[in-house]
Design a protein around this ligand. Sequence first.
Ligand code: COA
Length: 262
Amino acid sequence: MTASAQRKGEYKTLLVTTKNKITKIMLNRPDKKNAINLVMYREIMQALEEAAEDDSTLIVITGCGDYFSSGNDLSNFGEDLLEILKNNGNWLRNFISHFIDFPKPLIAVVNGPAVGISVTLLGLFDIVYASDKAVFQTPFTQLGQCPEGCSSYTFPKIMGAAKANEMLLFNKKITAEEACARGLVTEVFSDSAFQGEVWTRLNAYANLPKNSLAVSKQLMRSVEKEILHAVASRECDQLLERCFSDECINAIMSFFQKKSKL
Ligand code: COA
């Protein structure tokens, strides 16, 4: 008998379910390409906290619709975010810490294009499966911002400085195949077979002993935990300054002006 998915919690921006010992956190703003607004940031932290404590063996993050995520919702740069940042610069650091410290295997099922923080965070996942429709871009300098999600450390380490610089300094968009060749993605699947093949594999992995998996993941992460927290802290301090810079404010205004002209 196949178990049915058990819906968890009341979320406005996520669909969180558990089935076959896998908790799936689905970003659920498809009409906004799963852009991460302030509510979604809070809800992802809550869902990760709950998943860390539940009976599941694996945790999967994926997107609803055609995008994995278009990254930070640029309308966050309104008064709310600036006020939160001014009063509590630790807010983004706390979000990133949830990924650094997550105690169980964390898997990204990248169903479509990924932008910004939804790409940088992949360096903190344990496995990244991607559809061949996915593309990856971190347009930080285009937006007057700077790398976050520990990517200033994880990207050069994963792909070498020469390739990381193309993405983090010069906004180069790469395909799923390129991301796999660079080591950011574990494996790429054709989009038509993606969901079937990935979930068959994950369901098999979820039958491995839960505690052994968690301890093994934690051992590997423990080697770098301190470094990752220090990197996140430095990046967040810089990003805070960047958010109030003319370069950033002008780039965000230009995104919304272009939209209003359409
Ligand atoms: N922040 C705010 N709104 C976003 C968004 C984001 N990151 N990504 C998508 N949206 C919104 C669009 O403004 C649009 O809203 P509307 O329906 O009210 O007009 C809706 O989501 C659909 O996106 P649209 O731009 O129409 O789709 P598209 O296929 O033409 O382009 C993107 C998709 C992701 C390429 C484009 O929306 C984009 O460039 N977004 C910004 C990505 C970004 O810079 N992220 C931050 C990185 S640091």
